[in-house]
Write a protein that binds this ligand. Structure first.
Ligand code: ADP
Ligand code: MG
Length: 321
């Protein structure tokens, strides 16, 4: 066995999207392999629509994958094993407002997992566990009587995290958990996730559409483009020596805190539009936007290759090395 806490091999999710009167296949996730080790964060970054959320849902089997396999702690994740693995793997959503039922008090929302898995014997014990969870995420325990609309965005996200933590998971998919928050709430929620990781040894798949959000929290990165991982490796390594031209463009497009440096930079970022996932080219899906594109790039879709765990799906990145 691999020894990774979570591992995906060739994970694929195909939808059928309505196009006019017909339904056409849409490859949202296309043969993704990745792993997350105990206690670490893998940052998953890529433009909106590239398949990040679909990948996260397929990992947790909130949707059945079309093909491929997921292993958690050496066990194959399938419909059967998911009954017991559901407790181990939880999701934190971008929009905690939508994840929390507006008709339930925070306490009821946080307790839902405790109830489903029958983790409390008495009402008193349940109340104590909910209070402790609220406190752990920085919310007043007495707020368990409040409703989601009475909270700020950051407080709702804390409640969403408490809800995920209730069943004592080991792995969280955090799907753009701070994208909808203002800057100070973002920093606080990121600090909370980091503290929880250090304290509880949690592993995260941390999803974001821009590098700025993932770079500070991730030990390793995976860069996704149109359903595929095009580059992965230790975060420092990927950011300092990006291999794939798409990763380079993302780094160029990432905001620079110093305004003078930002102005001096020639921002090019990612050129043009991504092709539709309904009509993927047969070759490299990035070729149409790529400054390095050569004739060969249109022929076959490049596989990930590289050394020391730093891999990229671009033969041009390795030319002359
Ligand atoms: P991301 O999270 O990176 O923004 P998504 O995983 O949400 O991307 O979507 C990936 C692709 O799959 C998009 O083209 C999206 O329109 C499509 N998609 C997502 N969910 C569905 C669905 N339930 N049915 C059909 N297409 C979907
Ligand atoms: Mg998404």
């Amino acid at each position: 066995m691999s020894g990774h806490l979570l591992e995906a091999r060739g994970l694929t999710k195909r939808y059928f999207a309505r196009v006019g009167l017909r339904r056409e296949p849409l490859l949202a996730v296309d043969g993704v392999s990745l792993h997350v080790d105990a206690g670490e964060t893998l940052g998953l970054v890529g433009e909106s629509g590239c398949g990040k959320s679909t990948l996260g849902r397929a990992l947790l089997r909130l949707e059945a994958p079309t093909a491929g396999e997921v292993f958690f702690d050496g066990r194959r994740v399938d419909r059967e094993s998911m009954r017991s693995l559901r407790r181990e793997m939880q999701m934190v959503f971008q929009d905690a407002g939508a994840a929390l039922d507006p008709r339930l008090t925070l306490g009821e929302s946080v307790a839902e997992g405790l109830d489903i898995h029958r983790l409390c014997k008495t009402r008193g014990e349940r109340r104590e566990r909910v209070a402790a969870l609220m406190e752990r995420v920085g919310l007043e325990p007495s707020w368990m009587e409040r409703y989601p609309h009475e909270l700020s965005g950051g407080q709702r996200q804390r409640a969403g995290i408490a809800r995920a933590l209730a069943v004592e998971p080991r792995f969280l998919v955090c799907d753009e958990p701070v994208s909808a928050l203002d800057v100070s709430a973002q920093a606080q929620v990121l600090a909370l996730l980091a503290a929880l990781q250090a304290e509880l040894g949690l592993s995260y798949l941390f999803i974001a559409h821009d590098l700025a959000a993932v770079r500070q929290v991730s030990r390793r990165l995976a860069v996704m483009y149109l359903g595929r991982v095009v580059e992965t490796g230790p975060a420092e390594e990927v950011l300092r020596h990006p291999l794939h031209p798409y990763t380079r463009a993302l780094i160029e497009a990432a905001p620079i805190p110093d305004p003078r440096r930002a102005r001096a930079r020639q921002t090019r970022g990612v050129r043009g539009e991504a092709p539709s996932p309904l009509r993927l080219p047969s070759g490299c899906a990035y070729a149409l936007r790529c400054p390095w594109a050569a004739e060969a790039c249109a022929r076959a879709r490049p596989e990930l290759r590289g050394e020391g765990g730093h891999l990229a799906a671009c033969p041009r990145a390795f030319e002359g090395s």
